[in-house]
Design a binder for this molecule. Sequence first.
Ligand code: PMV
Length: 333
Amino acid sequence: MRVLASAPAKVILFGEHSVVYGKPAIAAAIDLRTYVRAGFNENGAIKIEARDIKVPGLTVSFSENEIYFESDYGKAAEVLSYVRQAIELVREEADKRKGVTVSITSQIPVGAGLGSSAAVAIATIGAVSRLFGLELTREEIGKLGHKVELLVQGASSGIDPTVSALGGFIHYENRKFERLPFMELPIVVGYTGSSGSTKELVAMVRRTYEEMPEVVEPLLVAMGRIVEKARGLLLSEVEERARFEELGRLMNINHGLLDALGVSTKKLSELVYAARTAGAVGAKITGAGGGGCMYALAPENQSEVATAIKIAGGVPMITKISREGLRIEEVKP
Ligand code: PMV
């Protein structure tokens, strides 16, 4: 028997960094996927084939709707510990003696803050649990994905695996996840080509917070309020155009506050301004900053915005919110 499963990448729409201080955040799955094919093998071992884990920043070519990345073994190796841990967790629930071979292909750049590790963990758990005949819900798979992150990296909010397993929009606050109604959001993600260290950026914000809490606290409060306003918009019946405009304004304010916290870079801000100039209704950093990615909301002009991001030196990815999280693509007897 062979099973093919896929799981999506994520963007944090609003609330990165302030979420560390107990404020809410909203993240969403996007239409870039990692595919994992799983089958049993005869020798009882765990075998991982990952010839095609995409890593941008080395060689990238871009055409209208497709992006090709050349792969780099060093970064791909980091991903493998998530895959291994995911297989081991599922085997513990099912049958430890059975050998499993998985092969991975991915459209998600590694180390860009788009949740590539969580996506590979979720797709692996999805494929391998189905292979063993375990009937797990997406919620259960999301929780197992969180466990994989805790085992591999020591700490994790669980946002990435939850979004990747469930898909759509997820509102997060104090360890509680709420699925928001789905809607189309035409976005363009811009990758700077370098990655910031989430751990170092979180520590840097912490230092500023401790040195001048009276200045930083109001910024964090404002960021939390932006999230609540965005949640209200996603839940409301507002006409689409007005909703995009309002979300765009909130994105711009959120970007300014992140910049104020010191997590933007010249390159990130250049991509943000290039996107706005090309007609995006809003643009901001997504994730920890210090490199990594920004995203722009571009309801009418995704390709112009993508071109502007490319001219400004970034790698654009035209995408949209993925309604679906984990997907079982194919089961062959
Ligand atoms: O680097 P990313 O996309 O995983 O985003 C990190 C988000 C932070 O709020 C900065 C950190 C966190 O743990 O929530």
